[in-house]
Design a protein around this ligand. Structure first.
Ligand SMILES: NC(=O)c1ccc[n+]([C@@H]2O[C@H](COP(=O)([O-])OP(=O)(O)OC[C@H]3O[C@@H](n4cnc5c(N)ncnc54)[C@H](OP(=O)(O)O)[C@@H]3O)[C@@H](O)[C@H]2O)c1
Length: 270
């Protein structure tokens, strides 16, 4: 049976997922329907771009959908769930991508026995390269989980985690791309200051990051071994790493991840 999917929310994350599921063939355009709160120009744009249907009526949006994806900001969740709650039934799977909103909170807002899955994609979803973590809430079965994993694999990788680990996921995979960009910014600044032109620096660094990622993925070696492979005694890499150690690089990065995690816990309580 062909699955149908309804998107509640039509912002940037919805568009990334939409484009992934269409490009991969997970679903075809006839089986997707989308709505948002009030920005109908945005819905028209998505209709033109992806040839999907949009409707303003929430009942019509969720009717007949096997998967209902909530892609609204955390502070809009309550209103969004309220607007569809009466039209959902237990045969449907509700997937939320709202950062920091627990499956229990979603179930409480629903007040009904609807299977819930929570996912945490990251911004690389826009390039089809998200590292997504998925967790199962109340009433969600193994089969629902498989569906969600399959869906999020259309925009990158997807892994199941325990819900309590979502804070750590947020600290490393949600915020992680920003730390990598920050590192690139600093390396760019140093290289440009040494006289290399910005465009060349950019190209070299983009490929350096992508290449290091590819090595981590496919070489069969871990980060420690890969680092050691490049670090000959008395060489340039060793000199550079010693400068990082002097600046307490490892301790600083560990503090960065722990602080982001603590912030996620704090925000989750609000
Ligand atoms: N962007 C990312 O990379 C990223 C990464 C991880 C997680 N997320 C999560 O993804 C969710 C969406 O983020 P985003 O960046 O896509 O946000 P966004 O671009 O601001 O889009 C939010 C969408 O939600 C719609 N909306 C708000 N209230 C609604 C309601 N009551 N009913 C129906 N639709 C409603 C908005 O419609 P109007 O425009 O009409 O108001 C808009 O289409 C957030 O919870 C965020 O935490 C995003």
């Amino acid at each position: 049976m062909t699955k149908k999917m309804a998107f509640i929310g039509a912002g940037s994350m919805a568009e990334s997922i939409l484009s992934g599921i269409l490009a991969s063939g997970f679903l075809s355009k006839e089986n997707i329907i989308i709505t948002n709160k009030s920005d109908f120009e945005r819905l028209e744009h998505l209709e033109r771009e992806y040839h999907i249907q949009y409707v303003e009526d929430k009942q019509e949006t969720v009717a007949g959908a096997h998967i209902v994806l909530l892609a609204v900001k955390p502070y809009d969740m309550e209103a969004a769930i309220e607007s569809i709650r009466a039209y959902l039934d237990p045969d449907q799977l509700l997937i939320s991508v709202a950062a920091g909103v627990s499956t229990d909170t979603i179930s409480q807002l629903l007040g009904r026995e609807i299977p819930v899955i929570r996912a945490m994609p990251n911004t690389s979803a826009a390039a089809g390269a998200s590292a997504t973590a998925v967790t199962r809430g109340q009433h969600a079965t193994e089969s629902h989980l498989r569906t969600a994993l399959e869906l999020f694999r259309t925009i990158g990788t997807a892994t199941e985690v325990d819900e309590e680990d979502m804070h750590t996921v947020t600290a490393i995979a949600g915020s992680g791309p920003a730390y990598v960009y920050y590192l690139v910014e600093a390396m760019e600044e140093a290289a440009v200051a040494s006289g290399l032109d910005k465009q060349t620096v950019h190209e070299l660094l983009v490929q350096t990051i992508a290449g290091a990622g590819e090595m981590l993925k496919s070489s069969g070696q871990g980060p420690t071994q890969l680092r050691k492979n490049i670090t000959s005694p008395g060489g340039t890499t060793q000199a550079g790493l010693e400068a990082l150690d002097k600046g307490r690089f490892q301790e600083t990065v560990i503090a960065c991840v722990e602080t982001a995690r603590e912030r996620s816990v704090e925000l989750g309580k609000k």
